[in-house]
Design a protein around this ligand. Structure first.
Ligand code: ACM
Length: 477
């Protein structure tokens, strides 16, 4: 019998002696949504008489189907007669995810990714029983979502004239450019198609409009949003952190609210990400308008204007019953207490956020930033830095050790990140994402950690499933 290779591994799998002989294991399996299981739980029972898939909800039944499809691959031809029947191993699976938020972030701002590839990524998430696609739609280098009220966001903001070549180093100010226009955006119809495709697979698309920093593309389109409205910026053509952040005028707050209202119409997700990372306050410190605002609000530091700005625009989310999600810098900027914090700078930032009473998604760069190298930089494609080989992802502990039980309960899940400064298209994204995402999915699901070698044994045949989705991956060493 071939081995049962399920990725991510179910929480409980028991294999018994014997086989179920059938010509059609998928067609003949019985399926039921039942009341005695929790909404996230499912069971698979394969006996000599047949297979039964039960689940506490339609979403969980989808997980049962996905696991069952992988299990059925372990069936072998029954007898030597070539009669078309197969022998399916007898097994019992009792399974449910450990975490509610099992996500992947895709940055389509630094490099635009075609819609068809985004749909493939959703297939990859579904294969791994992940349930959130965090869609990083805006940044300094590109604005990717059609907004009817402000057409220049995509007419101008979705395109950059050229892009820096090579690796950006700290403090670099002179660049070599590739001379090639880059860009693209998703129409509302594209985005609705992506959202619907994901929903059919039990996946929520969480959009991110990154603010008030990482907004240079928007300011290039509408200079009045910036702190130097008389200056015409370009959509940024190199990486790093831009000092050009939104101004804190009332008109800019209104502009962003209008954008968000359109975003909420496209994305039904309860959770909406408003960024909040890497927002320098140098321009606010120098701006008369910002200084006046700071004084009016009685704030000590210009950086505190970020919390004020976020709270203003987040009113739109509250009106629609949505929840604010932000990167961990938000904790330091007096953000709303019910904001979900995505801990990225380190696992410790997740501890800090949980201790401050926030729900937290663990996305620490040292473990789950898949733009980091996964092998020797001398032989790997150019990447931003770091070192996260597959085994390190497998060993990732989602919950920081220093939390009390009550604080641990605030960790609602985990997420891996694909930032695309150094990934020009689908081929490069696949190479950086997979199979690290397969290891990540084990931690997000809560698969038993037996050993890295055991994982690799299951992963080898799993790579064929990834290949069948038409996505590239990094071959195993
Ligand atoms: C981030 O990596 N700037 C969230």
């Amino acid at each position: 019998m071939s081995d049962i290779a399920i990725v991510p591994a179910p929480r409980e799998l028991t294999v018994a002696e014997g086989r179920w002989i059938t010509a059609d294991p998928v067609g003949e399996a019985v399926r039921d949504v039942v009341e005695n299981l929790d909404a996230t739980e499912y069971r698979i029972d394969i006996t000599a008489d047949g297979a039964r898939l039960t689940a506490g909800s339609e979403d969980a039944l989808r997980h049962a189907e996905s696991t069952y499809a992988q299990l059925v691959e372990a069936a072998e031809p029954a007898g030597d007669e070539g009669g078309g029947e197969v022998a399916v191993p007898l097994a019992r699976i009792a399974d449910a995810p450990r975490f509610a938020w099992r996500g992947m972030m895709l940055d389509v701002a630094r490099h635009f990714m075609p819609k068809d590839f985004v749909l493939k990524i959703i297939d990859v998430l579904a294969l791994h029983r992940l349930n959130v696609l965090h869609f990083h739609l805006t940044d300094d280098q590109g604005w990717r979502v059609e907004i009817e009220a402000y057409p220049k966001l995509t007419e101008i903001g979705a395109w950059r004239a050229e892009t820096m070549v090579g690796k950006m180093s700290h403090g670099q100010t002179e660049f070599t450019y590739d001379g090639t226009r880059h860009g693209g955006f998703y129409t509302k119809a594209d985005l609705r198609e992506i959202v619907a495709y994901a929903a059919e697979r039990g996946i929520t698309v969480v959009p991110e409009i990154d603010l008030p920093g990482h907004m240079q593309a928007a300011i290039a389109a509408y200079p009045e949003l910036g702190n130097h409205p008389d200056q015409q910026l370009t959509v940024r053509q190199y990486w790093g952190i831009s000092d050009d952040v939104l101004n804190v005028n009332d008109a800019t707050v209104e502009f962003v609210k209008t954008v968000l209202r359109e975003v909420l119409e496209i994305f039904p997700s309860e959770y909406i990400h408003l960024g909040g990372d890497e927002c320098p306050s140098v321009q606010w410190a120098e701006s008369e308008v910002a200084q006046k605002r700071q004084a009016e609000l009685g704030l000590d530091e210009p950086g505190q204007l970020q919390g004020w700005f976020t709270a203003q625009v987040a009113e739109v989310l509250a009106e629609e019953g949505r929840r604010l999600v932000g990167w961990d810098e938000m904790v330091e900027t007096d953000c709303p207490k019910d904001a979900v914090i995505m801990a990225w700078r380190s696992a410790e930032r997740g501890e800090v956020a949980a201790k401050a009473g926030h729900q937290v998604v663990m996305a620490p760069c040292e473990s789950v930033y898949f733009d980091y190298y996964q092998g020797d930089p001398k032989t790997e494609p150019l990447a931003i830095g770091g070192d996260i080989p597959l085994e390190k992802v497998y060993d990732f502990e989602v919950i920081p050790a220093a939390l009390t039980d009550e604080e641990q309960a605030l960790i609602i899940g985990t997420q891996c990140q694909i930032w695309t400064e150094y990934m020009e298209g689908p081929e490069q994204v696949g190479y950086m994402l997979l199979p690290r995402l397969s290891a990540f999915a084990e931690r997000a699901w809560g698969s038993p950690k037996i050993s890295y070698d055991e994982f690799v044994t299951r992963l080898r045949p799993h790579l064929t499933r990834i290949e069948n989705l038409g996505v590239t991956y990094r071959p195993l060493d």
